[in-house]
Design a protein around this ligand. Structure first.
Ligand code: THU
Length: 126
């Protein structure tokens, strides 16, 4: 899929975000090497630390479905550019290399592409 098509999927999915505490709605679409897509949204909890980000939700859904090799991720929020947090960067690093491209999109600002290697320099790896 093109990045615009992936963004369309993310815009559709974001209505599923469960974010009653922050009101910051996020959806992530992860595409695998075969062109299959997997979606995730942020899922918050009244015990705030239990919250799960959209990006990790997408990775975990993809791995549970049998995917292991990914081509790109598009992240969308209508509430501001959802640049991935450190935990999500580390989880992506488990399956993706430095050149993996992450598109961050919101409304009213240009979408930005980031290389995972730039977001997570000197990544930890066993
Ligand atoms: N969040 C994400 O899901 N992804 C990001 O890239 C940034 C932050 C969520 C976590 C929490 O539910 C809310 O956004 C505010 O931090």
């Amino acid at each position: 899929m093109t990045s615009n098509e992936l963004l369309y999927e993310a815009r559709t999915l974001v209505s599923r975000s469960y974010s009653p505490y922050s009101h910051f709605r996020v959806a992530a679409i992860l595409e695998d090497a075969d062109g299959n897509i997997y979606g995730g949204v942020n899922v918050e909890n009244s015990s705030y630390g239990m919250t799960m980000c959209a990006e990790r939700s997408a990775v975990f859904a993809a791995v549970a479905a049998g995917a292991r090799t990914f081509s790109r991720m598009v992240i969308y929020s209508p509430d501001g550019p959802p640049v991935p947090c450190g935990a999500c960067r580390q989880v992506l690093w488990e399956f993706c290399d430095s050149d993996f491209v992450i598109t961050v999109a919101s409304d009213g600002v240009p979408a930005r592409d980031f290389r995972l290697g730039d977001l997570l320099p000197e990544a930890f790896q066993l």
